[in-house]
Write a protein that binds this ligand. Structure first.
Ligand code: CA
Length: 257
């Protein structure tokens, strides 16, 4: 399977700073969106720490001979452990930075990351940055937000539509750098030809309905064009937050070895 990818981030129409960060590392097969929280330029520090720390740890653990820095979770595969540890180390790195720079006390970050190996994708997330799987059949959200409204939907108290408009829709239940116990969500999925993964911050998912996201991606000639059109649509719909998208596509390798 050949992997192609594109990423784009925009400050949006209202915010002064872009606190989102993204990573497209083709060599590691690592893709990530981090949405910084905290304002006063601190959010962008937090999301940058996440990008740097995750990339560093995934690079260091490409071979299995490294001493593991944290508890190894035998219930999940090696790549799931790599992502989980990378996120927990990012959490610690943000907290370390806050200790040295108390003025950034309120900073934190959500994150959604995926590690691609052939047709196997390992996903990890904390907070409400999302991953979607898109293909000619449709679009499916594959991460469940760590948010108050997502919990209400899961418990049958709110509908998905009510959640979209709820005044508490931005209340997340966990973030990196928050200081609390973290429950990193890890999942694995098999992808096939023509599948695409979209990683995004809530500046996209909160501004553009899923169906519209699907149409834009399906009708774009390349992932770079699709990324541009998605960001443009979020801005047209109000651009109330920073907008970040990473698209990963899977194509059959035509070269027969
Ligand atoms: Ca955001």
């Amino acid at each position: 399977m050949r992997v192609v990818a594109a990423g784009l981030s925009d400050v949006g129409c209202i915010r002064k700073h872009n606190e989102d960060n993204l990573l497209v590392d083709m060599e590691l097969g690592l893709f990530l969106v981090a949405d910084g929280l905290g304002g006063h330029a601190a959010g962008e520090v937090a999301s940058r720490i996440v990008v740097e720390k995750v990339e560093e740890f995934i690079a260091q653990t490409a071979e299995r001979d490294r001493t593991w820095p944290l508890d190894y979770d035998a219930r999940i595969p090696y790549d799931g452990n790599r992502l989980k540890a990378a996120l927990l180390l990012s959490d610690q790195a943000i907290l370390d930075d806050i200790r040295e720079n108390p003025e950034r006390e309120s900073m934190g970050s959500t994150v959604v990351a995926c590690l691609v190996k052939g047709d196997c994708v390992t996903m990890a997330h904390v907070g409400d940055s999302r991953a979607y799987l898109l293909n000619p059949d449709g679009i499916r959200q594959i991460t469940r937000d760590h948010s108050w409204v997502a919990d209400q939907v899961a418990n049958g108290i709110l509908t998905a539509e009510e959640a979209r408009k709820h005044p508490f829709r931005n209340v997340i239940t966990q973030a990196l750098g928050n200081g609390g116990e973290l429950d990193v969500s890890i999942q694995e999925l098999q992808v096939k030809e023509l599948d695409r993964l979209l990683l995004c911050s809530d500046g996209l998912s909160g501004m553009v309905p899923d169906e519209e996201i699907w149409k834009i991606v399906q009708n774009s000639d390349s992932l770079a064009i699709a990324a541009e059109k998605l960001v443009k649509k979020a801005l047209e719909n109000g651009g109330e937050d920073n907008v970040t998208v990473v698209l990963v596509g899977f194509e059959l390798d035509n070269i027969l070895a």
